[in-house]
Design a protein around this ligand. Structure first.
Ligand SMILES: C[S@@+](CC[C@H](N)C(=O)[O-])C[C@H]1O[C@@H](n2cnc3c(N)ncnc32)[C@H](O)[C@@H]1O
Length: 343
């Protein structure tokens, strides 16, 4: 059973969704990371030299966000588990919002997993991009990354404290792991967790090539038909057919209207790939002014560069055609699942 307070948060979030308001924030608490992934830039200077966001600053962020209504706050980085005050940060953000987190799993222990859920984490995804240790570890430039990620997923699954707290494996779709997706989804199924995908954004990282096509969309949807554990929204997967650059990408992008980004310096941008075009700073500017600028950026831009899941899932849910299929996959993504017996 969820508490009256949680129920009220869900109701207000649902209402914001119906009114097509802001419902999702990507938050980079810090840029420092213990991995040096080929697909990411944040572990390099100048990003890695920037100070982390402090707990005091998080309190201010939570205060400033309140007028927007509850947000899904996706805590990332960098590696969020490197932040010493992560538990308290989750508590502070969780009071009025839904904190979720993506991490690489390296620093997970059963105790930490339990404490994260007790602090109020709603959902956690661990990144695994290839179905074999050698390929995953090479992309992440960290021997042992694959084994630790899988162990972290089990620790998380076994240490949830509420049935609504969910654990996913998440994979970035790149030009060289299409054949790994079905084995990865099967691994999630065998572990009793669920699977998400996001499409590589070549605005970051060292990999140049992105491939998406009607054939890839068809393959992903076919995997989903056979594996209910694969809970990415079908409306998101279907549009992999249009996401290749030759086809000029997917627009309009609703970043700035329904989702936004705050980096560890408090700079607000419409998305993680537009940090160089800030709409303001959450520490110093009013939230009304920031949202005004974000909305204006949304109206004036025609960016079609990415098809990452933060954007794609929200657009599929709020604006997609197959409403029932998307809502039903969304329900599978968030629905309560029984706690593991030992929990
Ligand atoms: C930036 S990471 C931060 C969290 C953590 N360090 C991790 O590796 O999961 C957040 C998510 O973005 C993904 N990611 C990294 N670079 C990306 C890119 N260029 N395009 C799309 N997703 C990317 C990661 O695989 C991960 O799932």
């Amino acid at each position: 059973m969820i508490s009256a307070h949680e129920f009220s948060k869900w109701t207000r979030l649902f209402y914001s969704g119906l009114r097509k308001r802001m419902i999702h924030l990507n938050l980079q608490l810090l840029n420092q990371c213990n991995f040096k992934c080929d697909i990411c830039d944040f572990w390099k200077p100048p990003f890695s030299k920037m100070p982390q966001m402090s707990l005091e600053q998080i309190r201010l962020v939570a205060e400033k966000l309140r007028p927007l209504g509850p947000q899904f706050i996706s805590i990332g980085g960098g590696e969020p588990l490197l932040h010493k005050e992560l538990l308290e940060i989750i508590r502070v953000l969780g009071k009025d919002n839904f904190p979720i987190m993506i991490c690489n799993g390296w620093y997970m222990t059963p105790e930490k997993a339990r404490m994260l859920f007790e602090a109020g984490l709603y959902e956690v995804s661990i990144s695994v991009d290839y179905a074999s240790a050698d390929k995953h570890d090479a992309q992440r430039n960290m021997p042992g990354a694959f084994d630790r990620a899988l162990k972290a997923l089990v620790m998380l699954k076994e240490n949830r404290v509420h049935r609504y707290q969910r654990v996913h494996m998440i994979s970035v779709v790149m030009e060289d792991n299409i054949d790994d997706i079905e084995p990865l989804v099967k691994m999630s199924k065998d572990m009793g967790i669920t699977h998400l995908l996001t499409f590589y954004s070549n605005s970051r990282g060292r990999k140049e090539i992105r491939i998406a096509s009607a054939e890839i969309a068809r393959r992903l949807l076919d995997i989903q038909r056979r594996y209910p554990e694969f809970v990415s929204l079908p409306g998101y997967l279907a549009r992999f057919a249009e996401a290749d650059e030759a086809g000029h990408g997917i627009g309009p992008c609703y970043a700035g209207k329904n989702l936004f980004n705050i980096d560890c310096q408090g700079n607000v941008a419409r998305c993680i790939d537009k940090l160089d075009d800030p709409a303001g700073n959450i520490f110093t500017d009013s939230i009304d002014q920031i949202v005004k600028v974000l909305n204006a950026q949304f109206r004036s831009q025609d960016c079609r560069q990415c098809w990452t899941s933060c954007r794609g899932s929200i657009e599929a849910l709020l604006y997609g055609k197959q409403k029932i299929a998307n809502l039903s996959a969304y329900y599978r993504m968030i629905k309560p699942v029984p706690l593991t017996k030992s929990a």
